[in-house]
Design a protein around this ligand. Structure first.
Ligand SMILES: [Ca+2]
Length: 254
């Protein structure tokens, strides 16, 4: 391998490292909700399920660990097995309904919070925050409806981070509907080194709405999300050198 090839390789590796760094360190634990106790209500007595590092403020509130089978197999609460309206809802529950209910972009499990009955915030305490810095909170969210309800409702998610508060856009969920997954992003500046991040589902009373959340990320904004132009130019040069090297090797061996 010539010096040219080594240099080219190093520059390409530098690009890879730069992109990985640009994503930033996610300060949320279990933000993809894959560390869980299976489908079902969390923080309940009797115990049904859990989402590691996430908790309701009080026990027996209607917060759940869910996945895309929530319309098919349903999910257990302390009272009953609950189903969402969706393409797999069994006929015994009034289904199926082709409303597009399906997996989150992140896949696997997600957090499901009832917005109409026994509502309660789900939170996680975040440490090692720098009050001089700004952090970008992002997640994917959707709204679904349980099968014993079929009227339209207004839905949103309140986001509290320490003393700061924000909300997703308020949307109308049609009866038996599903609105698809949307992306949320908002910048917060923490007031203290350790503070709580919490979500609360807000919806029309007894209208059957659930807020779904997945892929929660809190990343220091100054880490940047776009590689510096200089980094890109350097990386381009490195890739170019590698191509030139391989072309020369091919020509030599031909
Ligand atoms: Ca997930």
């Amino acid at each position: 391998m010539t010096r040219l090839a080594v240099w080219g390789g190093c520059l390409v590796l530098a690009l890879a490292a730069g992109v990985a760094h640009a994503g930033g360190v996610n300060l949320i634990t279990n933000g993809d909700f894959e560390d869980n106790g299976g489908m079902g209500q969390i923080d309940s007595t009797p115990f049904i399920s859990y989402l590691t590092q996430w908790s309701s403020a009080a026990s027996n509130k209607f917060n759940f660990a869910l996945n895309a089978g929530a319309d098919d197999t349903g999910f257990q609460s302390i009272y009953a097995n609950i189903f969402f309206w969706g393409p797999q809802t069994p006929p015994s529950k009034g289904g199926p309904v082709s409303n597009g209910f399906g997996p989150s972009p992140n896949g696997g499990m997600f957090l499901g919070m009832c917005s109409f009955y026994n509502t309660d915030a789900v939170s996680q305490s975040i440490s090692n925050l720098d009050t001089s810095k700004t952090y970008t909170l992002s997640f994917e969210y959707a709204f679904a409806q349980v099968t014993d309800h079929s009227v339209a409702s207004t839905q949103s998610i309140t986001v509290d981070f320490g003393s700061s508060s924000d909300s997703t856009a308020s949307v109308t969920l049609p009866g038996k509907g599903f609105l698809g997954w949307s992306a949320y992003s908002h910048d917060f500046t923490p007031a203290s080194a350790t503070q709580s991040l919490s979500f609360l589902a807000v919806g029309t009373t007894y209208a059957g709405g659930f807020a779904l959340i997945d892929n929660v990320r809190l990343v220091e904004k100054t880490a940047g999300t776009v590689p510096e132009p200089g980094t890109m130019a350097l990386a381009g040069l490195g890739a170019g050198l590698l191509v030139a090297m391989r072309t020369r090797q091919r020509n030599t061996t031909a």
